[in-house]
Design a protein around this ligand. Structure first.
Ligand SMILES: NC(=O)C1=CN([C@@H]2O[C@H](COP(=O)(O)OP(=O)(O)OC[C@H]3O[C@@H](n4cnc5c(N)ncnc54)[C@H](OP(=O)(O)O)[C@@H]3O)[C@@H](O)[C@H]2O)C=CC1
Ligand SMILES: O=C(O)[C@@H]1CCC=N1
Length: 268
């Protein structure tokens, strides 16, 4: 795979960097860039990786991973475009930016793969979806998948589904943390010490997630197993239905997908 440059090593860029290092990738084959010198120095110190300018990194790399915010992408691509040629693979982790948008701003024939990762990659439990652009072949897609497989699972999806993927698994961890926060608050309202409420909720989430993965049973079946007739769970779920929580989740994820779609046209 040669040298991999991670351009814009913030939250997601560092998550990928750490996954590659944990999976045994030599730091000699990795370079990073950052906008702020203190951020670059911090990554150099903690990972032993080289930090370069965007232009130097693009020149040194075989695979260039773009991890700046969608709103910063146009400037970055303009800066590095001259350094790239069809021998390079460009992997974009940005929400909303189509491969065609990048291809139009890069030299003809440069392979582009669009990826939507998520932050649980930090603990090797990431979920990423990859979509090849027009000039990317199966080997390029595999190369991008291998990068993300260093820290979790990878599926390939048609690019038209990437806004939906972004809404579901890209942003997904935030919705789960939001639910966890609400449940912890409920425990506190009910009189539990906050650390106890936190432990109860986090282990319940971990247990429920493990059950879904290990039993392979549909969540509806697992929910029904908890819901005794006339019992406590039924009383709670009725309130969630009365408050249209399921509908709110669907509307929320539609909003996320719409926002992902908007980001390509440079909306602030
Ligand atoms: N966070 C997440 O859960 C996920 C994020 N993504 C995508 O990943 C991308 C990055 O998101 P995230 O990591 O959260 O954001 P961050 O702001 O944490 O990271 C982006 C980094 O890029 C730096 N940067 C901006 N412009 C340049 C530049 N021209 N040259 C070098 N570095 C630059 C920023 O510097 P500075 O610190 O100075 O602003 C920042 O450190 C986004 O496109 C997002 O859509 C995808 C899936 C999940
Ligand atoms: O909120 C965002 O825009 C990014 C993309 C998916 C998760 N975080």
């Amino acid at each position: 795979m040669g040298t991999v440059a991670i351009l814009g090593a913030g939250v997601m860029g560092e998550t990928l960097l750490s996954g590659l290092v944990r999976s045994g990738r030599s730091v000699d084959d990795l370079v990073v860039t950052a906008r702020r010198p203190e951020r670059a120095a911090d990554l150099v110190e903690r990972y032993g990786v080289r930090a370069l300018s965007n232009v130097e990194a693009a020149r040194a790399a075989d695979t260039v991973v773009l991890v700046v915010k969608p709103q910063d992408m146009a400037l970055l691509v303009e800066e590095i475009s001259d350094q790239l040629s069809p021998g390079n693979l460009v992997v974009s982790l940005a929400a909303g930016i189509p491969t065609a948008w990048l291809e139009a701003r890069l030299p003809a024939g440069v392979a582009v793969v669009r990826v939507m990762p998520n932050t649980p990659a930090l603990v090797d439990q990431g979920m990423a979806a990859v979509s090849p652009g027009r000039s990317a072949d199966a080997a390029h897609t595999e190369e991008a998948s291998e990068l993300l497989r260093s820290c979790g699972r990878v599926v390939q999806v048609a690019e038209k589904h990437q806004d939906a993927v972004t809404a579901i698994s890209g942003s997904g961890p935030a919705y789960i943390f939001y639910v966890v926060e609400a449940m912890i608050e409920a425990g506190v309202v009910l009189g539990l010490p906050r650390p106890t409420a936190t432990e109860l909720v986090v282990q319940t989430l971990f247990g429920a997630a493990t059950m879904m993965r290990e039993t392979g049973q549909h969540p509806t079946v697992l929910r029904e197993q908890v819901t005794s007739p006339g019992g406590t769970t039924a009383a709670a779920l009725r309130q969630l239905d009365d408050h249209k929580v399921r509908a709110a989740f669907i509307t929320a994820m539609e909003a996320a997908a719409n926002r992902s779609h908007e980001l390509a046209s440079g909306h602030e």
